[in-house]
Every structure is written in C-alpha cells, then in structure tokens.
Ligand binder design. Structure first.
Ligand SMILES: [Ca+2]
Ligand SMILES: [Ca+2]
Ligand SMILES: [Ca+2]
Ligand SMILES: [Ca+2]
Length: 323
C-alpha cells in the first residue's frame, strides 16, 4: 500500500493523517499535494457500477433499509446531487423507511489542481472518502447520531480525476445530507465559479472551473468559459467586493439566460433570502437588460451574481451607476 500523506487543515490547527501503522514523522512537506492514483486504475465493483447517462457524472446511490449499509441495497438509483433535506420523510418511499436507513454514493469527479475546502452537512451520521480504493481513511468522519452538523476539511489536490465516496445513515427524526466544495485561492477581482447542472439550473457539489475575472463582461455566444463546461447547461457564480460612491444606485444585468444579483452578507456571512435580490430573473430568456435599484452606503460592498446558461447563446454583463 502506498503511503500517502495529506494535510488536513482543521479549525484547530494542522493535523497529519496517514495509514497505519504510523511511520515516523516525515520532514515538513513542501507543499502538501494529495496524490491521484495513477496505476492500477481500480475498477468499480459491479454493485456500484450503476447505469450512467452518457456524458454525465451523477452520483450512484445505493439505499439500504438499515443503518449499517448491510446486505443487498433495497434500491439503487443515480442522484444528480448530494443535497437532500428529507425532514421526517423517507428518501425513497417503498424502498426504505423514514428512519433507520443508510445510503452509499459514489462517483468520479475531475478537479483542477489546488487547495479545496470540502463541506459535509449531515443528520445523522456521514463520512467521506477520496479515492477509497487507494486511501482507506476517511477525509471527513462524522459517523454518529447528531442534529444537523457541518464538517469541513481542506486538502490539496494535484488535479485530475478522483473517485469520491459518501456514506450516510439516518437513525431517527429529521434526515438531511449535503456535500459541497470550493477552491481556495486569492481572487483580487471577482471569484468566478463555473458549475455543470442537469435538468434545472442549480449549484451542486462544487465548481468545475474557478478563476479570477477582472469584470463581469462576457459574451460567450455559443461557446463557454471552459471546454469542461460544454456549450450548454452550465451556471456561474461571481462574488467580489466593489467600491461604491453611495446613494441610489441602479444595477444593470444584461443576460442570456437567467441572472440574480445580491449585495452584502448577513451576519452569518451568507447572502440574503430571495426577498433581498436586487435583480431576480431566474428564467430562460434571450439577451435582455434587467435593472434593479438599491440605496447603497459609500464604501466597499460585497456583491454576488448567479447566472445560468440553458442553450443557445450565453451572455452575462453587470454594471451599475448612481441614479
Ligand atoms: Ca427520520
Ligand atoms: Ca436524524
Ligand atoms: Ca450555449
Ligand atoms: Ca442561452
């Protein structure tokens, strides 16, 4: 077994995690890189190689009618996203109950090289692996009864395709689970995150591509920001700080297709609810200029723009001026 080392930058400091038995402490790594397995390429066992639509990368889910992923799955299906809040209901009526069930999800995911923060929100228990065929330790381990709890960890990925695995169980009462990630770096202008989606626009899992953009001023026509996104069915999220002179300010968003615009964060760091959109046109349309007015105090404000392209041409431009 190869000895692989990763740095888990947990909130309480640096923690080295390795395979048992613990070898002597290595020299200070420079810089830590999470290794992608090169060979042999493990083949998924037959019970997780479920049907996959051509050109898509859904999660393959095995649903068990017990808390231990024991025995034969009660049902198997592909899920576009691990982002569920089932409350007190069953994730799959007829296959599993409202309590005492478990799910295993697997998929391959390509990552750009870089430092990532992974988030796993769960009620009750969940755990997360990257390349479990090679690295038999969990990246996140929250395998216990608990109310909704968010775990985070950071790790360096060298880029390429990794296999991801999430296991989850529900004991009693409410049930929810969500996995997502972000690429950490310095974004002096706009942090642009580009996602793929299936069916309906949403920001699922993590971005396929992350970049710094000097302005939100794009006319991709029938192209896209990156080959990995393809021409259609992708979405973008832009976040950045901008300086305002203050006063009544009119925002302009010229878009094809949907767009929504927020300003400033709540105390908990997240942007507001839909009632606080400056512009909210989350609908398919040909290129259109939308406006929204807001009073702004002088100085720096945080602005967030979400955008999606369905099919055909793709345009996203944002600007503003005092009104
Ligand atoms: Ca329940
Ligand atoms: Ca629960
Ligand atoms: Ca297009
Ligand atoms: Ca379009």
């Amino acid at each position: 077994m190869r000895k692989l080392w990763i740095l888990l930058l947990v909130p309480f400091g640096l923690l080295m995690v390795g395979l048992a038995p613990p070898p002597p402490a290595p020299p200070m790594p420079a810089p830590p890189v999470y290794s992608t397995p090169v060979s042999p390429t493990p083949t998924a066992p037959a019970d997780v190689a479920g049907p996959q639509q051509a050109g898509t990368t859904r999660w393959h889910g095995q649903y068990f009618n017990n808390r231990d992923l024991a025995g034969t799955p009660a049902g198997e299906r592909d899920d576009a996203c691990i982002d569920f809040n089932w409350g007190a209901t069953s994730p799959w009526p007829g296959a599993v109950g409202v309590d005492d069930f478990s799910v295993r999800w697997t998929r391959d995911q390509s990552f750009e090289p870089g430092l990532y923060r992974f988030h796993l929100l769960t009620d009750d228990g969940a755990r997360f692996w990257i390349d479990p065929q090679v690295n038999d330790y969990t990246i996140i381990d929250g395998w216990k009864d608990q109310p909704p709890t968010e775990y985070t960890t950071e790790l360096q990925l060298q880029g390429g395709t990794n296999s991801l695995k999430v296991e989850y169980y529900e004991h009693i009462a409410g049930a929810q689970v969500k996995l997502w990630w972000e690429k950490l770096d310095t974004y002096p202008n706009w942090k642009a995150e580009y996602f793929k989606y299936f069916d309906e626009p949403r920001f699922c899992g993590g971005p396929v591509v992350t970049s710094n953009e000097e302005a939100i001023n794009f006319d991709w026509e029938t192209g896209s920001p990156a080959p990995a996104l393809g021409a259609d069915f992708w979405a973008a999220r832009f976040t950045g700080n901008a300086s305002f002179v203050g006063g009544l300010t009119r925002f302009f968003a010229r878009s094809d297709d949907g767009v929504r615009v927020w300003m400033d964060a709540n105390d908990n760091g997240s942007f507001g609810d839909p009632g606080e959109f400056i512009i909210d046109k989350w609908i398919d349309h040909s290129v259109t200029i939308w406006t929204g007015d807001i009073y702004v105090s002088p100085g720096s404000h945080r602005v967030k723009v979400e955008y999606y392209e369905r099919v055909g041409d793709a345009v996203m431009q944002l600007w503003w001026r005092n009104w």
